[in-house]
Design a protein around this ligand. Sequence first.
Ligand SMILES: *Cc1c(COP(=O)(O)O)cnc(C)c1O
Length: 406
Amino acid sequence: MKRRQILKHLSALPFAGTLFASLLPSNTVNAAPTGRKRNIFKELGLRTFINAAGTYTAMTASLMDEEVMAVINEASKEFVMLDEVQDKAGEKIAQLTHAEAATVTAGAFSALTLGMAGVLTGMDPKKAEQLPNLQGTGMKSEVIVQKSHIIGYINALTNTGVTIISVETADDVQRAINDKTAMMWFLNANTDTGKIKHQEWLDLAKKNNIPAMIDIAADVPPVENLWKFNDAGFDLVCISGGKAMRGPQSAGILMGRKDLIAAARLSAPPRGATVGRGMKVNKEEIIGMYVALDKYVNTDHNKEWQLWEGRVATISNSVKSVSGVVCNVSVPPYANHTPLLNITWDAAKIKLTPKDLMEKLRNGSPSIEVMPGAKDGINITVFMLKPGQEKIVAARLNEELSVALF
Ligand SMILES: *Cc1c(COP(=O)(O)O)cnc(C)c1O
């Protein structure tokens, strides 16, 4: 019987119509599915998956904790002044990170752009409106970067109009510095590939009175990195909020010198005519970022590391039981500093390419994402797994590798 027929039938009886209608599933009575839990992934036809890959933007990086989501929900219920949210959350963030000041940005990329803007404009709002046109404004226009630190994210700096000056040695730095030099930028992830390390970079900057900025976007853990570079004397420090800290994926933190943070905010919303206007963070994200940071700082990191090692052991023990499989665990020294499991296998024993294995895991149920190995095989990280998912990953890998045995 169709709903209309039921209601027509029931309407013959006094009161019964409303009585029976209330017993029907709510969305047959009411067009909006209010009473029923809405499955948004199904509604949109989206594939969800177990993330054994890591904090990749393309995979939506990390999952926010329930405590963070609860605070975000609370934050969504009241109006407040955007600048006041930044002031207050910034103070708390600065305390947690040993910084003079801090502000929540739209990711580490936006922290780079806004920090750079602040260095260029100082407290002059007119200059903020002139970016990225530096010519004839009196603003400085060059940023010194080690050659091996120049990666795609450097576009966050050039968005403000600056030119990158590439150097390799301390002598190069000294020669490159002139009265157009605005800043010296360091990429922590590439520390090992550059000739000049942190302290020497800072010494050169201080000696020449040039602000130094460091990008530590993916560099927690270790948690100490949240304050280490502020303590060391970097003028500006930029970090992602939605990687290992599991804050909002669209948030990050710019921290450092009070005058530079204030200047950076001249290019940030709610101010409108600036390069940063498209880098809006709402109150929910600002507050969510603060709470995620607070929670992260107060996490038992040793316990968490042991948990990760346990997960890696579960997976490697399972796949190592397949003849010809080799597991290797390493920890990258910079960026995504968590246990990384590389799984390779003897092609003479197992007829499966890494690409095919990744495809089978992706198309299986539940779907699983891993990464290709740097040289061979596949790479797995476990810090984005939900508790227990390591068992599913272990079983699926064992299954696919076993089936492919000659
Ligand atoms: C991830 C990353 C960024 C960008 O960070 P978002 O928070 O996604 O904006 C910048 N620099 C480095 C080195 C990164 O790893």
